[in-house]
Every structure is written in structure tokens, then in C-alpha cells.
Write a protein that binds this ligand. Structure first.
Ligand code: KIV
Ligand code: ZN
Length: 546
């Protein structure tokens, strides 16, 4: 195995950090020490098990179509091996595995199998490229769960690998609960499956009970006798799955099992995005993953599984590249690496500067500029003072409140140019939602009717038709503020203009009816967009923006 020397390609920084050229990361110099001590693979393979271990997340069940969508996204992401499911589990599972195997993906498509010919036959019927055979080997699993002897376990393992190989499959083998199996017995099983022709051996930390130091040591012991490439499969019961996966690679593993967003049984598996960025940033190790697509895949998986990504999740969380504290915002605006160890765009994210209690002038100024507002220094000071007070009162501060404060300070909350005169919407079962609006636009009455997928969609379309098709709804957020069927809701819309990328405006409204509240938010946003548009036109004689 070649010795990887990323330290040679890494340029030392002045402050004890180093950049990995073109990788967009700037991490601690101390990580370099490890390169000298360790032999590592040139490229690490990624086996993604979102569709198998990830689907074992409590309350997650994906349809066949959704699984196919995720598999296609994983393929485009550059995953080497997709564990598409556990074919023998059910007809639906087998159908998903078969559709994925037949989808012409570049990734190797694999099915999980117990050490049984029945499971391997089910995988064969799906035309997969490979099987991931597992059999528990720890004392507790053998005695209490499988109720077989070690000798019987070895025989089952060997028979299953022989069967898979006789049928032309690539075979990966896992001793389930390997990290609680005596090393001497693990060696026996590994040798036996290797002699039977296994292609890869995986080392699962099934219940996430290792420390990184132990994992590195453990894998390097296994590596001493290994004749085939090793993988690691780490669970997150103690929050160590990513650290243990990286440690497994330091110990000699060439493949890592991961899931998108760290989904998986109980506390989940090692998160794909964290493992991939960790390998690259700390050790300069390459994978085939196109890191720029990671945020997209994370969102897709979250949407289809219904499992939200925690805001402070590393790499793909909403806050991963958000800055609020004044000192941080100032730093990031002068040089992003002051408070960002990697550039957001390399993982498909964008930097956001959040205005809140800890904000200073730089953040507020920057945010207001996004909406085309330029305030003088006294006005800025006043805005900052007011928003701090607002945030300290415990209220949630977002761009809409910030803009309202700024308009107020600038004395620019002008008479609205657009007023809603009439609004009707019809919706029901087997009926296409249809909305009609009558707007008074700076003295001119305009009427429009539109249909949509729901009453809100129809209403938004009707308003756009009445005002201008150039108007783009860039963001729509609907949140319930209170509970119950009579809950108060809050709607925020972000509006743009397709002819002018720079134009942006927010509208926000609170009410008990989600449709009329959405319409109110649209009208507020449009009035602000109107003012921006007139101002950006610079033509004082024009009174109409749309
Ligand atoms: O966590 C585990 O041990 C597994 C096996 C099936 C490899 O998921
Ligand atoms: Zn697992």
C-alpha cells in the first residue's frame, strides 16, 4: 500500500494552520503529525448504507420511487458502493434493490444478506453486483441471539461466502459486533472467509462502543493478517462514529460505511458528509465524492425520510456556515478562514450572516445591503441598538423585522402602492384550487384569476399575474406559532425580480388563516419590492414599478 504524504502538498500557514490546495479547507497544523506516523490508502472507498442502515432509523420507511431517487443522487455524488437494501426482507425491499441494480448506475449496487443461501438467492434475484454478508461473532450475540457455537459460525460464514462467489458476486463480509468479539476469534473468521474467496472484510462497531484510539489500534491489528481490503462501519451511540471511522482509516481501512446525515439504527451511523470532509481536511485523503453536491443530497434525504437535519449539524446543518457574533462576522467578511475552516461552496452551502442579539454594525450593514438599503452611520447605529433590544426581549428576529426597523429609521415606510381590494379562493375535493384577486396598483385596478396545486399556490399565482410575471417567489416559509386547528401562523415570503438579480424584498404576516396570511405577506413584500425597484430605476419621473 503506498504511503500517502499529504503533508507535502499541504502549505504551512503562518498561524499553525495549513491549507490543502484546491480543497478549500484550512485546518490545524497538528494534524500533519499523523501523516508521518501512518500509512494510508491513496483513495478511500465510500459505501453508503442510507437505503439500508439509514432506513432502519426509527419511523423511516421509504417508497421504492424515493429509494431510486436517493440512489441516483448517491450515484451522482460519487459513492463507490450503494447498499440498496436487504433484499430478503420484503417484496417491496427486493423491488427497490432490483430497480436500483437495474438503473444503470456507475456505483456498485449491493444487498445486505445474512450468512444464508436464502438471503443470497434473494440478492441474486435482484441482479446486484455485490452482497454484504454479515454474521454476529461476539459471545453475547452467538450465545443469546443466534444460539450457535463459534465453530458453527465459522462454517456458516464460509458456506455463505463460497455460495456468493460461486454465483459470481463480489462479497464483503462483516463479523457483526466485531468490536466486542475476541480478536483471536475474529482472526479465525477473517482467515476462513478469506480462504473462501471474500473480496472485502468490514469491521463493524455495531453498538458504537469504541474510542478512536482503540479503533485505530484494533483495525491495525486486524490489518496485520488481512489479505483483502478492510472497511469500517461505525455507529454513533456515544457520538464517536465519525472519529472512529477516521481512526479506522488511520488503522488501515480502505473503505468506510456511511449514511447521509448520519441516519441509521438508534443514534445512527457515521455521517457521509463529515467522514468525507474529515478524510480530506485532516489527512488529505481523496474519495470519489463530489463534495459540492453534499448539501443537495442531504436536503433530498431529509425531505424524503422526513428526518430533519439538526441546525448545528457539521457540514450540512443550517447553521454550519452562519455567523452571528459581531467579532466573527467582521472576521469572516475580511478573511473567511478566520472563522470558517472550509469554504461553504465546496460542500454546496452558502455563508449566511445572521442578524441577532450578538450582531454588530458589519453584519447589519451587510444584511441591509443585500436588500439594497444603504444607511448612513447614525442610522446604522440606531438600527443596531433597536434590533439588539428587540432580540433581547426574547423575540425571534429575522430579516423581515430587521428591514421593518431599517425602514422606520430611514423614515421610508411609505404609503403602500399595492392594496388588496378583493380576494376569493375556492378549494375542495376533486376541485382545482382557484384564486381571484382584485388589486389596486397605484390607482389602477387589476383583476386576475389563477389555479394552483393548493389554495396558497393559486393565490400567489393570481397576485403575480395581476402585478407582474417578473416577480419571483424566492422563498416561502409558513410556520405554526401556536398549536391546535385554530393556531396562529406566520408567513414570510422573499420576493425577487427575474430581470434584476439584485432586487429582493421580504414580506411577513401573522394570522389565523394560512391562505389570507400568505396573501397579506405577499402584498407587504410586493410593496417593498416596489419601493426598491423605483429606487434602483433611479428615474424619479416614474411612479410605477410594475
Ligand atoms: O451495525 C452493524 O453491525 C450492521 C451489520 C449489518 C454490518 O449494520
Ligand atoms: Zn450498522
Amino acid at each position: 500500500m503506498p504511503t500517502q504524504a499529504p503533508s507535502e502538498s499541504a502549505k504551512p500557514g503562518e498561524e499553525g494552520g495549513f491549507r490543502i490546495p484546491d480543497a478549500g479547507v484550512f485546518v490545524s497544523d497538528y494534524n500533519k503529525q499523523i501523516f508521518k506516523a501512518t500509512r494510508m490508502p491513496e483513495r478511500v472507498k465510500i459505501l453508503d448504507t442510507t437505503l439500508r442502515d439509514g432506513e432502519q432509523t426509527p419511523n423511516v420507511a421509504l417508497s421504492v420511487d424515493d429509494k431510486l431517487k436517493i440512489a441516483q443522487a448517491l450515484d451522482e455524488l460519487g459513492v463507490d458502493i450503494i447498499e440498496a437494501g436487504f433484499a430478503v426482507n420484503s417484496e417491496g425491499e427486493a423491488e427497490a434493490v432490483k430497480r436500483i441494480a437495474g438503473a444503470g448506475l456507475k456505483s456498485e449496487v449491493c444487498s445486505l444478506c445474512r450468512a444464508s443461501t436464502q438471503d443470497i438467492d434473494a440478492a441474486l434475484a435482484c441482479d446486484v453486483d455485490s452482497v454484504h454478508i454479515f454474521l454476529a461473532t461476539s459471545k453475547v450475540h452467538l450465545e443469546k441471539k443466534l444460539k450457535i457455537t463459534q465453530q458453527e459460525a465459522v462454517e456458516k460464514a464460509v458456506a455463505s461466502v463460497l455460495y456468493a462467489k460461486q454465483h459470481g458476486l463480489v462479497a464483503e463480509f462483516s463479523c457483526e459486533d466485531a468490536t466486542r468479539t475476541e480478536l483471536s476469534f475474529l482472526r479465525v473468521v477473517h482467515k476462513a472467509v478469506t480462504d473462501a474467496g471474500v473480496d472485502r472484510i468490514d469491521v463493524p462497531d455495531t453498538v458504537g462502543v469504541m474510542t478512536p484510539q482503540a479503533m485505530m489500534q484494533f483495525v491495525s491489528e486486524i490489518k496485520k493478517d488481512a489479505k483483502v481490503p478492510l472497511a469500517v462501519h461505525c455507529h454513533d451511540d456515544f457520538g464517536m462514529s465519525v472519529a472512529n471511522s477516521l481512526a479506522g482509516v488511520l488503522g488501515g481501512a480502505e473503505e468506510v460505511h456511511v449514511t447521509v446525515n448520519g441516519l441509521g439504527e438508534r443514534a445512527g451511523n457515521a455521517a457521509l458528509e463529515e467522514v468525507v470532509m474529515g478524510l480530506q481536511a485532516f489527512y488529505g485523503l481523496k474519495t470519489r465524492i463530489n463534495t459540492r453536491k453534499m448539501a443537495f443530497v442531504s436536503r433530498l434525504v431529509s425531505q424524503l425520510t422526513g428526518v430533519a437535519v439538526q441546525p448545528n449539524k457539521a457540514i450540512v446543518g443550517e447553521n454550519a456556515f452562519s455567523h452571528e457574533a459581531g467579532i466573527h462576522v467582521h472576521g469572516v467578511l475580511s478573511e473567511s478562514s478566520t472563522y470558517e475552516p472550509m469554504r461553504p461552496e465546496i460542500v454546496g452551502k452558502e455563508r449566511t450572516l445572521v442578524v441577532g442579539k450578538h450582531s454588530g454594525v458589519h453584519a447589519v450593514q451587510n444584511k441591509l445591503k443585500e436588500y439594497g438599503l444603504d444607511l448612513n452611520p447614525d442610522q446604522m447605529k440606531e438600527v443596531v441598538t433597536r434590533i439588539k433590544k428587540y432580540a433581547e426581549s426574547g423575540k425571534k428576529l429575522d430579516d423581515a423585522e430587521l428591514l421593518a426597523v431599517a425602514y422606520d429609521v430611514m423614515g421610508q415606510e411609505v404609503e403602500p402602492a399595492i392594496r388588496l381590494e378583493e380576494f376569493t379562493v375556492f378549494t375542495g375535493l376533486n376541485f382545482t384550487p382557484t384564486a381571484t384577486v382584485v388589486l389596486n396598483i397605484d390607482g389602477e385596478v387589476r383583476r386576475a384569476s389563477e389555479t394552483g396545486v393548493g389554495p396558497i399556490d393559486a393565490s400567489v399565482s393570481a397576485i403575480r399575474t395581476a402585478v407582474s410575471k417578473n416577480i419571483v417567489l424566492r422563498q416561502f416559509r409558513l410556520e405554526a406559532i401556536t398549536g391546535g386547528s385554530n393556531a396562529l401562523c406566520e408567513v414570510t415570503v422573499k420576493l425577487g425580480d427575474c430581470e434584476d438579480e439584485q432586487l429582493l424584498a421580504l414580506g411577513k404576516s401573522v394570522g389565523s388563516d394560512i391562505v389570507t396570511t400568505s396573501v397579506d405577506a405577499m402584498i407587504e413584500g410586493l410593496n417593498r419590492l416596489w419601493v426598491h425597484k423605483l429606487r434602483s430605476n433611479g428615474d424619479k419621473t416614474k411612479r410605477k414599478a410594475y
